[in-house]
Design a protein around this ligand. Structure first.
Ligand SMILES: [Zn+2]
Length: 233
């Protein structure tokens, strides 16, 4: 067989093998698997973020609780002062009552904030639970898909191995220098060989100058200036 024809026969089987490899890569099950994995990672990140927020809220609650204690002891001190040293004038009474009232307002504000934090914390904990359930469900789906994908790719891989072996057998019939050229071109464009059709490169449909067409017809190695493919008759 002509060297170029041997290469063409090899390309036919080689491209079939590539198509199987691509199908394995683009399998819907594999894509779902990757999506599910991303979802799990996303939920884990979310879970940690909520955890950080809950911790911050707990810290804030501790600080406010301390402030409440401080205000309460201030209030007790005011009462003691009132008992041990009752104010003598109406003005003193007014001043003391204003201090007490201020203290009570502060405590009320703090307690309102604590109530807000508790409510928010509980909402966060609920959210965290949902996120954890989501992640657990996604993990279950992931495991199922993984088993499915492994079974699928096992049969596809057997098919691929068979096709690669077929191509390899044909590669042995091709001139090694020509095969090297084929592999070099294939790094840039695939399939790497195109037929000459009606004076055009069938890879990119560029019309070729007649001198080039003659060289192809004479069996010279010609590469398309437009797409880089090897053009054969
Ligand atoms: Zn071309």
């Amino acid at each position: 067989m002509d060297n170029f024809e041997a290469l063409w026969a090899y390309q036919t089987e080689d491209i079939k093998a590539d198509a199987i490899a691509n199908a394995i890569r683009r399998s819907p099950v594999r894509q779902k698997l990757e999506k599910t994995r991303d979802l799990i990672l996303d939920r884990q990140k979310q879970y940690k973020q909520i955890e950080v927020e809950i911790t911050a809220m707990a810290d804030r609650k501790d600080i406010i609780s301390q402030a409440v204690e401080h205000s309460e002891s201030q209030l007790r001190a005011l009462k003691e002062r009132f008992d041990s040293n009752p104010p003598a004038t109406a003005e003193d009474v007014k001043a003391l009552m204003a201090e007490v009232s201020h203290c009570r307002d502060t405590i009320r504000q703090y307690e309102a904030e604590i109530a807000r934090i508790v409510k928010e914390s509980s909402a966060h904990e609920k959210q965290q639970h949902i996120v954890r359930m989501d992640a657990a469900n996604a993990k279950k789906a992931f495991d199922q898909l993984k088993t499915e994908y492994e079974a699928e790719s096992q049969s596809k891989k057997a098919e691929l191995d068979e096709q690669r072996a077929k191509a390899k057998a044909l590669a042995a019939t091709v001139d090694p220098a020509l095969l090297d050229e084929y592999n070099t071109i294939k790094k840039h464009i695939s399939p790497p060989i195109a037929r000459l059709t009606h004076g055009q490169c069938s890879g990119c449909n560029t019309s070729l100058p007649s001198a080039v067409v003659s060289r192809i017809k004479n069996g010279s190695l010609v590469e398309c200036e437009t797409c880089g493919r090897m053009i054969i008759q």
